[in-house]
Structure formats: structure tokens, C-alpha cells
Design a protein. Sequence first.
Length: 181
Amino acid sequence: MTTFIALLRAVNVGGTGMLPMKTLAAMCGDLGFAQVRTYIQSGNVVFQSKLTREKTQAALERALEAHMGKKVDVILRDLDELKAVLGANPFQEREPAKIIVAFASAPVDKKLFKAIAAPGGEQVIPGRQEIYIYYPDGMGQSKLKLPKTDSVSTARNINTVGKLVAIAEEIAAAQKPPAKR
């Protein structure tokens, strides 16, 4: 079984795409996913699946579309990938509440970010399939515009990423057999 973290795009944001997390958890259970846990109301769900990454993502996206009546994009990461994202945070010394990670569905073209205009002193550092952004005055005040890409993305605060890693580690640890004495 693989421990996955699914980040849903445009769910429970600004009154659109309303999806109760209990409904999301039940949907995941109905798909045969195990150890399902959601975190806050913004479309974060951690679970284990016997399916491949591609089949897991496709099954969840189909179920969400059937329930919501529209396509809901899902960004899927496994536990090791999400731990790597957290560890690669280039803004470790900054206030965590001002750090956002935009998770992309495809590798990030780093060339697009070389000449980015940061009107409020924002700092943008592309990763492999993530974009790390530091908002010195907070995201709500920012006029920063990221370059358009062909991939789908969804953003999470670095504190949320850390909590999702902790939940995924608990779930993964529960599946490991006890150590022999």
C-alpha cells in the first residue's frame, strides 16, 4: 500500500466548489482507499491505496466529477515526495504563515521564473514540481502574478504541508509490522 496525499484544486474556496470533508472521506473509503483522513476544509486528504498512482488519481477524479458535476483536479503526492517538498523549503528561516507552496501537475519550467516581477518583494523559487513563494506582507495583499503554465496547480501554506506530512507519517507507521525483539 502506498500512502498518498491528495490536494484538490478549487474546493471550498471563496464559497465555490463546496465539498464537506466527511463526504470526501466517505468517497475515498468507497473507492477502497484505507486509513482515510482529511485535514481542514480546503480539500486535503491522506489515505493508502493499493492502486498505482495513475489509477488512484483517475479513480478519485472520476468520483469527484460524478459528485460535484464538474471536473475537480487532483494533485497527488506520496509521503516521500511530500517530505521532500517540506525539506526543500528554501524559506526555512522565514515566517511559515507567509510561505506558500504551489503544487503543479507537471515539472516546473524554471526558465519561466527567471524574470518574474515581484511588486511587493515576494520571492519565488521553482522546485521540481512545486513553486515556493514567500509573501513578506502576506498573500492577501500581494499583486504577484505567476507565469502561465500548461500544468494544473493548487497552493498550500507550508504549515499545512507540514501537518499533511505528519498525518501521512502516522498512517504509514500504522501499516508497518511491529519490530521483532
